[in-house]
Design a protein around this ligand. Structure first.
Ligand SMILES: Nc1ncnc2c1ncn2[C@@H]1O[C@H](COP(=O)(O)OP(=O)(O)O)[C@@H](O)[C@H]1O
Ligand SMILES: [Mg+2]
Length: 474
């Protein structure tokens, strides 16, 4: 018989933030949604092993009609063979436990994000330090169980999180990440917690951040902008379908999944994400980053999910103009412009269709602003080929020049080429991922980077008063 009692004893020594007092065995739930995972497992009962079909509805395990288990925040212990294969799993919560064996590695891949593991990553080796932030440290890890699989660990030092709000903030982030799984975000893989640290193991995004691209003043044409932005709108629409908003969308929190193309932009940093609610009160109500936040947030109005649409609209604006709409040397004026949503559309040199989209995203009256889903139905995203007939590039120096085989100058539109002399689109033999063009780009470098000022985040120093002055909270 498999014995993992030793590991269970060790577990008693840990103090925990993430664990709650909920029971492992719960009253049967009548209405469960879809089965999200199922399999036949050997279960230990009265010292004997019994084969049983187990079904999961998210974190609810249906053992029988009469017996349901809630594995959320249960301690998960792994039984590994000498060859480091996962043979069995044990779930422990509130003094109760259950053990499952047989093909447990697949089950482990499913349950790991719902549970908490204690043995901080013996199963990972640190390969690189990515980022030391004031809130968390980011490491790149390589799995020792799954060869050549890299992840990122977001590590919280528990001693820095002492107030109830700070602890609730981490719990909320974990709760929201568990609920979300999308191709265009950094997904949660598993969670470890010991006395000192919390490790959120996330999918690794290998590409650079959108901020880096903006800092390089890289010219992007409309189809490239569409390729970058559509995944982000899709991801945000997915979040909104779950009644969740991100609340801190900005170029620094957008990262590309791959290092060799820009086709999969992903959202990162869900520490300010929350569930929209009618009363408009949140753990952090006034939050976001100046320059990207929707005016109604600064105006202390009860905002709705489409604050994220506004932030995406700002990013669209920057991608086209390489300028921030609220740019001003005077910080106070900059905030005031953001507060009033004062956007100068006259400098936008783009197609009417894209101009219309940006205006819809940056609509100051949020009751009139479109939802993310509605934005995805806008012709800019729904048309297969963007109508570029009115697409003009006034500043030639800023444009991307690519010499084609015919020796003409083309502005690349991904695998389409836009012939400036004829105003027409033609299929080119160019590679489909536009990053491969980057070496042949002629770029004009300017420094117009909008400095990041975070407001009302847990670590923030500033808040905006009614007469638009900065005041330090310290
Ligand atoms: N999934 C990931 N893959 C690779 N790098 C990441 C990932 N998540 C975050 N990072 C890196 O860590 C940095 C900080 O991440 P973020 O979640 O935005 O935290 P912060 O609160 O410090 O801004 C990012 O700029 C990025 O470089
Ligand atoms: Mg960030």
């Amino acid at each position: 018989m498999i014995n993992i009692t030793k590991l269970i004893k060790q577990r008693q020594q840990y103090t925990t933030i993430l664990e709650d007092n909920s029971k492992l065995y719960i009253r049967p739930i009548d209405e469960l949604d879809e089965i999200t995972f199922s399999g036949e497992y050997l279960i230990q009962k009265n010292g004997k092993l019994k084969k049983k079909l187990i079904q999961f509805y998210e974190h609810i395990m249906v053992y029988s009609k009469k017996k349901h288990l809630n594995i959320l925040n249960a301690t998960l212990l792994l039984h590994l063979t000498n060859l480091n294969e996962i043979e069995g799993l044990k779930f422990i919560k509130s003094g109760n436990s259950i053990e499952l064996y047989n093909n447990a590695s697949e089950l482990y891949l499913y349950v790991r994000k719902y549970c908490i593991q204690r043995e901080i990553p013996e199963r990972y080796k640190i390969t690189q330090t990515i980022y030391y932030g004031s809130n968390a440290t980011f490491l790149q890890l390589e799995s020792t169980l799954y060869i050549k699989t890299f992840h990122v660990a977001k590590i919280y030092e528990k001693q820095n999180y002492t107030t109830q709000d700070q602890i609730s903030g981490i719990k909320k982030e974990v709760q929201i990440l568990r609920q979300l799984q999308h191709q265009h975000m950094s997904n949660l893989v598993e969670i470890f917690e010991n006395d000192d640290l919390i490790f959120l193991i996330m999918e690794e995004l290998k590409g650079e951040s959108l901020q880096t691209i903006l800092e390089n003043q890289q010219y992007l044409n409309e189809n490239q902008i569409k390729l970058i932005m559509k995944p982000l709108f899709e991801c945000v629409a997915f979040l909104h379908s779950k009644n969740i908003f991100h609340r801190d969308i900005k170029p620094q929190n957008i990262k590309f999944r791959h290092s060799d193309n820009y086709l999969e932009a992903c959202l990162i940093e869900f520490s300010l994400a929350d569930y929209w609610n009618k009363n408009g009160r949140y753990l952090f109500t006034r939050c976001g980053s100046v320059g990207y936040v929707a005016p109604e947030v600064l105006q202390d109005k009860k905002y709705i999910l489409n604050i994220d649409v506004y932030s995406l609209g700002i990013i669209l604006y920057i991608l086209i103009t390489q300028k921030h709409p609220f740019e001003d040397l005077d910080k106070g004026k900059k905030i005031l412009r953001n507060y009033n949503g004062q956007v100068d559309y006259s400098i936008l040199q783009c197609s009417q269709i894209l101009l219309d989209l940006i205006k819809k995203c940056l609509e100051v009256d949020f009751t009139k602003r479109l939802s993310c889903q509605e934005i995805l139905s806008h012709p800019f995203f729904s048309n297969r080929i963007p109508k570029l007939l009115s697409f003009k590039i006034k500043d030639q120096k800023k444009s991307t020049q690519i010499k084609t085989q015919r020796g003409q100058n083309f502005h690349s539109v991904n695998n389409l080429a836009y012939d400036q002399s004829t105003n027409s689109l033609s299929q080119s033999k160019s590679p489909s991922s536009f990053v491969s063009y980057r070496h042949s780009l002629t770029l004009q470098k300017q420094k117009t980077v909008f400095p990041e000022i975070s407001i009302f985040q847990p670590k923030s120093k500033y808040f905006l008063t009614k007469n638009s002055q900065y005041e330090s909270l310290n």
